[in-house]
Write a protein that binds this ligand. Structure first.
Ligand SMILES: [Zn+2]
Length: 414
């Protein structure tokens, strides 16, 4: 593997062609394309002198042993699965970039005083099974029986799929490491948002992965004939829902960095000549602070109920998901920001509004994340794009981070 600046972009192009669906990029949990992706990336890991193994849940694990046997281990990685019709950077970048960084250090004769493990998680995107993070949950020993009962579209349970792949009985593994043996987990990921582009910066450092709450709001009114029911005698569920959607947008707009989204709406009866009797909306609320996220959600639900009362509707809230905020480690983030400043001149701190494997990895060790600018903030789309120049900046940052950590660790292992 040569250390040409465009090497990383070329590898991501090659990996982006490994797909389950002709003509577009899709790799889902333990699919044939995931197995091929593990072969391709595993090959690159071996070229960089890593020892490669795959665990029972399809996680690809490349390990570079340090000559000092009692050393701790630094974890780096991301996921190799994708959404349907994906871009080639989301996830893949965070696995391939550290391989290139280690290859470069090896070429320069740098020997790290700690072990490094590069992780290509088998599942993060929740495409095949509705629960996300199967890969990092297995690695951190957090896969539960409830997860194993999830079913895919062919009605196979997660347990069946894992056992068929491993060709033996499976029981949820224990954590891959003891926390005291770890130096932390670093994930490089495209930003999936427009902030770095607006600030004209190639990379930035994540402070927190945001707190996230999601649920269903149901407005119930009374269906009626669109022609015969006068306006003042209607109880239009969709009109109430619409009022709430506009309120939620303005509410978050006045309270940055709070963000709220109504992403789906289902109307009954859903006919042009029927007054809507029921409207069900999804509501997604995110903020870096758990308490503020909870308070905002409570206020939004109260407002939905006020709107419903005034319009003689009923309103019901059903929570479906709550993820606490995951703060990144101050120590690791400070180190990463120092390397960003060394390479880019200045650093920028961002909040991650999207969840990442780091959320689960934080249960095992301290985490830090480096975000890379992506064009138009676009992701989960074939037009997803990070320029070779920006990839090069991210690579330089990770190499600098490893070199500085190496120097400090050699002086004071810990
Ligand atoms: Zn991702």
């Amino acid at each position: 593997m040569d250390a040409h600046p465009h090497q990383l972009a070329r590898m991501l192009d090659e990996l982006g062609r490994v797909t389950d669906e002709p003509g577009r990029l899709t790799r889902t949990f333990l699919s044939p394309a995931m197995e091929r992706a593990n072969l391709v990336v595993g090959g690159w890991m071996r070229e960089a002198a890593l020892t490669v193994r795959e665990d029972e849940t399809g996680n690809l694990i490349g390990r570079l042993e340090s000559p000092s046997p009692g050393a701790k281990t630094l974890l780096m990685g991301s996921h190799l699965d994708t959404v349907r019709n994906a871009g080639r950077f989301d996830g893949a970048l965070g696995v391939v970039l550290p391989i290139v960084a280690l290859a470069e250090l090896k070429q320069r004769g740098v020997v790290l005083p700690f072990h490094v493990e590069i992780l290509g998680f088998s599942e993060e995107e929740a495409v095949r099974f509705t629960g996300a993070y199967i890969g990092s949950k297995a690695y951190t020993g957090r896969l539960r029986m409830a997860d194993l009962k999830l079913r895919d579209a062919r009605n196979q349970t997660l347990l069946d799929v894992i056992e068929a792949h491993a060709e033996k009985r499976f029981k949820p593994p224990r954590p891959a490491h003891r926390p005291s043996n770890l130096l932390g987990y670093i994930e490089v990921h495209i930003e999936q948002g427009p902030v770095l582009e607006a600030k004209k910066l190639a990379v930035g450092v994540v402070s927190t992965i945001a707190s996230q709450a999601r649920g269903r709001l149901t407005f119930r009114g009374k269906a009626g004939h669109a022609g015969t029911t006068p306006m003042n005698l209607r109880r239009d569920a969709l009109a109430g829902a619409a009022e709430f959607i506009v309120f939620a947008e303005a509410f978050a707009g006045a309270r940055p960095p709070l963000v709220t989204t109504v992403g789906t709406i289902n109307v009954q009866a859903g006919a042009a000549n029927v007054i809507p009797g029921e409207a069900v909306l999804s509501l997604d609320v995110r903020h870096p602070n758990d308490a503020i996220c909870d308070a905002a959600l409570a206020e939004l639900v109260r407002q939905a109920q006020r709107t419903a009362r005034r319009r003689q509707l009923q309103c019901e809230w059903q929570p479906t998901m709550r993820h606490q905020a995951t703060p990144c480690s101050t120590v690791l983030t400070t180190r990463l920001a120092r390397s960003v400043r060394a390479v880019q001149g200045k650093s920028l701190t961002l909040i991650s509004g999207a969840g990442h494997d780091g959320v689960v990895m934080a249960s095992l060790t301290s985490i830090a994340m480096l975000f890379v600018r992506c064009r138009d903030g676009l992701s989960h789309h074939p037009d997803e794009y990070a320029s070779p120049k920006d990839l090069e900046v991210a690579l330089r940052v990770v190499v600098d981070f490893l070199e500085k950590l190496s120097a400090d660790y050699a002086n004071e292992p810990g």
